[in-house]
Design a protein around this ligand. Structure first.
Ligand SMILES: [Zn+2]
Length: 467
């Protein structure tokens, strides 16, 4: 073999997800890239062979909704811990949200600070969303040119002061730039009006009851926000992505908008698909997020919308914080010294589930009769398209990065938060028995997670648009 020859490695299994089908196949990899996908038995004599037997080989998950919080709130999470959690969960690409870090990614200098903070810490690849906030319309094009993949905004208070919500006038200032750049506007779609009205009516209700929190964030807040966003994006010819849809009552408007040709995509999260308000105990603030986890009947309709394709993708909305900020009440020791108040209104809203996204979603999906290949569309291919990364990520085909997860959909494990790789070991899935065990995760042809460990120093890269 001459010095110029690249070693061909072949990874094969009886169950490889190619083209939304699951079949015996061999992935041929040279360097970091898939160069061919062939029949299972087609292995050149000179190739190095890794045979995964009957384990599922699926495109690495692309999680487009992750709050890494570094720099500035690294004590909440951070690039090192978040990307290790990602690798352990079969996620090979993370797209970081522009808020909860300080500075927020609303200027080019803030993006540079983020890139500097990420240096040398990435176990998987990471891209970045920029932010639309009041007054930063002139920053959008420079941010895009500096590499962000699209832009996120809030229509209600975000929870942090440095990332204020936008109103209709701010959106009108930003949307022409987003339309001409061809990038999506990712919107936290809840409007303040219905929330303020509902909250005022609940002034006397106990703050530690889940029912109070749920009633304070009515579906009308999502419905009205989505109506406003659809109207503005239609006017400006802009792309819209609705993040973390929870209210199934907004599905019909989204279905109609999509059928009319609007460029709109929709995301929901594992917790809306797998959990239900009926089973959330009082004081169980580890379940707090916004919009809230709604009733089982609502969530069944989210499933139907996902199956139909009105909801395009599933992303984690991984949004961790230190344990004390959750004010979690210990159900076994509600008066104990370490127990919090269980106050849903004081607790930080967010569920950290980057590492569990695959098994949580899979466990719920298999119960509904789905096969693993549906997950590859919802959690790899569709999010890669949203972020404009589908030339390199999201599918097992020649020319794309050799990013894949090797997992056993039939194996069962019990969630022990202490074993998660996220910084704070808090999870609403604690003690749940889930289907789907990740055996290994490969990033650009290299094994970055295997058998519970990270076999090499971080080799993840930042993914900048145009780079
Ligand atoms: Zn979020």
């Amino acid at each position: 073999m001459g010095a110029d020859d690249v070693v061909r490695r072949v990874f094969r299994s009886r169950r490889v997800i190619v083209d939304q089908r699951i079949e015996p196949a061999s992935l041929h990899v040279e360097g970091e890239t898939i160069v061919a996908v062939t029949d299972h038995g087609d292995v050149p004599a000179a190739a190095e062979l890794v045979d995964f037997g009957n384990l599922v080989v699926m495109p690495g998950l692309v999680d487009t909704h992750v709050h890494v919080n570094e720099p500035g709130r690294t004590e909440w999470e951070g690039f090192a811990t978040a990307t290790r959690a990602a690798a352990a969960g079969g996620v090979t690409t993370v797209v970081d949200m522009p808020l909860n870090s300080v500075p927020a990614t609303t200027t080019v200098s803030a993006l540079r600070a983020k890139l500097a903070a990420a240096e040398g810490k990435l176990t998987v690849d990471v891209g970045f969303w920029g932010g639309v906030v009041p007054g930063n319309a002139a920053e959008l094009q420079p941010l895009r040119e500096a590499g962000v993949l699209g832009f996120k905004c809030f229509l209600v208070p975000s929870g942090v002061d440095e990332f204020p919500a936008v109103g209709e006038a701010d959106l009108r200032a930003a949307l022409p730039a987003l339309a001409s750049l061809g990038v999506p506007l990712l919107a936290h779609a809840e409007l303040p009006g219905p929330i303020e009205a509902a909250t005022a009516a609940l002034a006397a209700a106990p703050a530690d009851r889940y029912a109070t929190w749920l009633a304070s964030r009515p579906p009308a807040a999502e419905e009205e926000a989505i109506a406003l966003l659809l109207r503005l994006c239609r006017e400006h010819g802009a792309r819209l992505h609705v993040v973390h849809l929870s209210a199934s009552s907004a599905v019909e408007a989204l279905r109609v908008a999509k059928a009319s040709g609007l460029q709109v995509s929709v995301e929901t999260c594992p917790h809306y698909l797998a959990l239900a308000a009926e089973e959330i105990g009082d004081g169980a603030t580890d379940h707090k997020c916004a919009p809230p986890i709604r009733e089982r009947a609502n969530n069944d309709m989210l499933w139907a919308a996902l199956e139909e394709g009105v909801i395009d993708l599933v992303a984690s909305d991984h949004s961790p914080c230190p344990r004390a900020m959750k004010h979690l009440r210990d159900p076994d020791d509600p008066a104990g010294a370490s127990a919090g108040s269980g106050d849903f209104f004081r607790a930080w809203g967010g569920i950290a589930s980057l590492e569990l996204s695959l098994p949580v979603t899979w466990t719920a999906a298999r119960r509904r009769g789905h096969e693993p290949e549906r997950l590859a569309e919802w959690m790899s291919a569709a999010p890669a398209r949203l972020a404009g990364l589908d030339g390199r990520k999201g599918a097992l085909e020649p020319g794309r990065d050799a990013d894949f997860v090797v997992w056993d959909p039939d194996a069962i494990f019990t969630v022990d938060p202490q074993r998660l790789h996220q910084r704070h070991k808090l999870s609403p899935y604690a003690g749940r028995r889930l289907h789907g065990v990740v055996h290994a995760t490969y990033l650009r042809g290299r094994e970055v997670f295997a058998r519970g460990a990270f076999p090499q120093p971080p080799t993840g890269r930042v993914l900048l648009s145009g780079a």
